[in-house]
Design a protein around this ligand. Sequence first.
Ligand SMILES: *[C@@H]1O[C@H](CO)[C@@H](O)[C@H](O)[C@H]1NC(C)=O
Ligand SMILES: *[C@@H]1O[C@H](CO)[C@@H](O)[C@H](O)[C@H]1NC(C)=O
Ligand SMILES: *[C@@H]1O[C@H](CO)[C@@H](O)[C@H](O)[C@H]1NC(C)=O
Ligand SMILES: *[C@@H]1O[C@H](CO)[C@@H](O)[C@H](O)[C@H]1NC(C)=O
Ligand SMILES: *[C@@H]1O[C@H](CO)[C@@H](O)[C@H](O)[C@H]1NC(C)=O
Length: 484
Amino acid sequence: MTKSQRMKSFCLQLRFKSTQLFIVAGAVLLALLVSLLCIGFTLRFEVEHAVANVADVDYWKDWVAIEQKLWYDKGIEELKRAMRVHSKQRQPRQVLLLMVHGIDAPALAAARFTTADISSHANYIWDRFPHAARLKNSCSYSSPCDAAAAFRALWSGVPLAAVQRLRSNCSSSSNESELFSVLQQAQLAGFRTGFVTNQRLTGALGAALYAQVTSSSWECDGLMPVGAIEAGCQDVAQQLISSATGQSLNVLLGGGRQLFNAKVPSFEWDPVDESLCRARAGRNLLRDWQNQKLKLKPSKRFELLQQAHELSSINGSSVDYLLGVLANGDLSGSAQAPTLQLMLNKTLQVLQRPGVGHLLVVEHHVKQPMLASEQLQLLNATLTDLLGHKELLTLVLLTNGNYLSASRDVSEETQLVSTLDELFQEPELELQRRLQQMPSESLLFAQGPKSLLFYGVHDETYLAQALSYALGIDVFGRQLIEDK
Ligand SMILES: *[C@@H]1O[C@H](CO)[C@@H](O)[C@H](O)[C@H]1NC(C)=O
Ligand SMILES: *[C@@H]1O[C@H](CO)[C@@H](O)[C@H](O)[C@H]1NC(C)=O
Ligand SMILES: *[C@@H]1O[C@H](CO)[C@@H](O)[C@H](O)[C@H]1NC(C)=O
Ligand SMILES: *[C@@H]1O[C@H](CO)[C@@H](O)[C@H](O)[C@H]1NC(C)=O
Ligand SMILES: *[C@@H]1O[C@H](CO)[C@@H](O)[C@H](O)[C@H]1NC(C)=O
């Protein structure tokens, strides 16, 4: 063989060997990959399997005492439910926000365990909602704050301190301090809207939904200085009738007749509330509302109710606008107030229209702390009837603020003593009572599409922001505001 031939055969051999090597290496790699995949799948399957069949693990049952096994079995049922939790991410077409005042975490806990038998504690329908959150209550332990500002913060998503700085100046035409509430945002986005309260329609919570307020005591013109009226400032009752937001509200049910009209009937069951604002002579805002609706083009169907018993006979499905001012003062102060169930039934009839979404805000004030558990039971039953709609986002907010009593609003019941020292000087029972009345963080229970947004501890401003997002409102894209 010549040198070159030897070289050639060597090269051939080498090439042959390298091809072989390549095939072997490839096969080994492939095998490795397949085994890795197999191991991965097996592990994954095992993990899923183990979690899904938590109840099948024998040693639990063999080891533990009968009593403990019983409770573990119960716990496993709940665990299985927890693993099935899954919230729809599409947008809700309907939102029901029930705000219960005078009940917060400690009060709810107290209401649960009213009987001596702790195993039979009360379970409420919202306990079964898949999502819950706590809202920090900035109107809480620190010095009492103005209810009007607190609700404005809640509905506008702007912190309390900023809201207090932004007090709008009604004698100037600038609208720099105008804050859009979630209700206004929903209206701009084409939702039908409603507000139902067992207090007054002009109370702090309602006012923060539809009015630009300058002073919390200007609930009607009776308490406004003449100078302010002459400067063009409007009280809350006036704004409800004349503002665009107030006029667009499809449903308004609550009390406060004496703030709208100068002449009101007074009955034994529904006296004029001397501690509240009264309309000045000549005022008849309810008639004004009616005249306004008569002038609407194209014409709309509307209903103005002033007596509670009229409510049951109306057909909400054939009404576009419903205004029911059913008591002189707070609706809860009238012995003939309709039940919340009836009010919500009629309200939903008015709000529900094919192809249109709606936002309903309900305020329910629990007055006497002694009756809290009874009232919670009623709310529980009322809610039970309303739920079940697939496109409904339901929020139950339990809250209790530390408000100034000067504004005569929702909670005079939470008068805190100024220092803790002073507090601990009191006798045991009195101390217990006060501690129970101390406001705490608000509790929020959520169910339905987008309820997943409420998942932990949030600032109170989060509620408005999350709601806007859930409703798909592009308020921060500025377009809506500019179009207004
Ligand atoms: C609340 O309503 C549910 C039915 O939805 C019922 O099972 C439960 O017992 C009620 N709770 C109370 C405290 O009434
Ligand atoms: C309100 O606006 C008017 C005119 O712009 C101004 O003269 C007045 O000082 C303002 N008042 C307050 C309290 O800011
Ligand atoms: C504020 O006032 C200006 C001028 O009066 C108006 O063009 C603008 O639309 C108003 N903005 C809002 C948010 O109402
Ligand atoms: C209520 O009004 C709707 C729409 O106008 C109508 O279809 C319905 O039959 C009415 N219901 C009753 C009970 O009259
Ligand atoms: C209102 O009550 C009526 C009769 O009790 C019931 O048929 C109807 O479904 C209720 N409507 C709503 C919206 O809950």
